[in-house]
Design a protein around this ligand. Structure first.
Ligand code: SIN
Length: 278
């Protein structure tokens, strides 16, 4: 490996920061080296980038197959795999989704094959607020007492795109059956190294299979609360030019609010296709 960039830990055992690479000119071999670093850490920030949408797509393809978001109204013109997260208004038109990603979740868990990783590239960030928080679900799993792990391992969770739309107040055609509810294991095994993750989330979940509500939803809320304690969290404070990438198979994340009347935030997001959780 001919690594020319520096890799440093973000916080104990969880995530790394890369400096000294220009992702838009470094070429495919260095892209592959950066992807290797990502696969060893689960969260990665690459600092000081200046990416055109095409350059972000090229870097995204180094991770796998980029996936288009089910909501098309905020995708980048001509590149539907780029989702615009922004409070900017251009020619009287909102060009992005302001509220994407509020609340602890793992991306697109409502799909049979949820996205493997998510990439956010920040072009404008507010001086305060809008931090992105990441929780280490493998650390959370390992911190549970053995008898609790035994009780949870094997449970299945119902994930639902409709539940998410209901929560967001977005109307869905009752005959639209493109994204039916799916069932995934509560404890997910990482395909790369066999680590287990407490793969729970809020917003997209309807309950635990075989457990009546409210108990099922209460259990999920309790576990999300457990997994999102400060000791499992990395808080990303954005700088312009940051590219933040996380592995959805072993992390939870949430966006946080900022003063949209005072500041602008403009971010391009890509998703990389994943496989069925086991
Ligand atoms: C997301 O969850 O996709 C976005 C989070 C953020 O904008 O901080």
């Amino acid at each position: 490996m001919s690594t020319s960039f520096s890799v440093n830990p973000l916080s104990d055992g969880f995530g790394v920061e890369i400096n000294g690479v220009d992702l838009s000119s470094c070429g495919p071999e260095v892209h592959r080296e950066v992807v290797d670093v990502f696969h060893r850490h689960g969260i990665m920030v690459v600092r000081d980038q200046n990416l055109t949408p095409e350059a972000q797509m090229e870097f995204s393809r180094a991770f796998g197959t980029p996936e288009t978001n089910a909501r098309l109204e905020y995708t980048y013109p001509g590149i539907p795999e780029i989702y615009v997260i922004s409070n900017k208004v251009v020619d009287g038109r909102k060009i992005g989704d302001v509220d994407a990603g509020q609340g602890w979740h793992t991306d697109s868990s409502f799909l049979a094959e949820p996205v493997m990783c998510t990439m956010l590239y920040a072009m404008e960030v507010p001086p305060e607020g809008s931090d992105t928080l990441m929780a280490d679900l493998c650390a959370a799993w390992n911190a549970l007492p053995p008898e609790r792990r035994e009780a949870l391992d094997g449970l299945q969770v119902q994930h639902s795109w409709r539940a998410l739309m209901e929560m967001k107040g977005v109307a869905v055609d009752p005959d639209d059956d493109r994204l039916p509810d799916v069932v995934h294991p509560m404890v997910r095994t990482h395909p790369a190294d066999g680590r287990k993750a407490l793969w729970v989330s809020t917003g997209t979940t309807r309950g635990v299979v075989g457990m009546p509500n409210p108990e099922g939803l209460e259990l999920l809320n309790e576990l999300v609360e457990f997994a999102t304690q400060d000791r499992f969290i990395y808080r990303h404070k954005w700088r312009v030019g940051d590219v933040l990438i996380w592995d959805n198979r072993c992390t939870l994340h949430t966006g946080t609010r900022f003063d949209v009347t005072k500041y602008q935030r403009h971010v391009h997001r890509t998703w990389i296709k994943g496989d069925r959780p086991t």
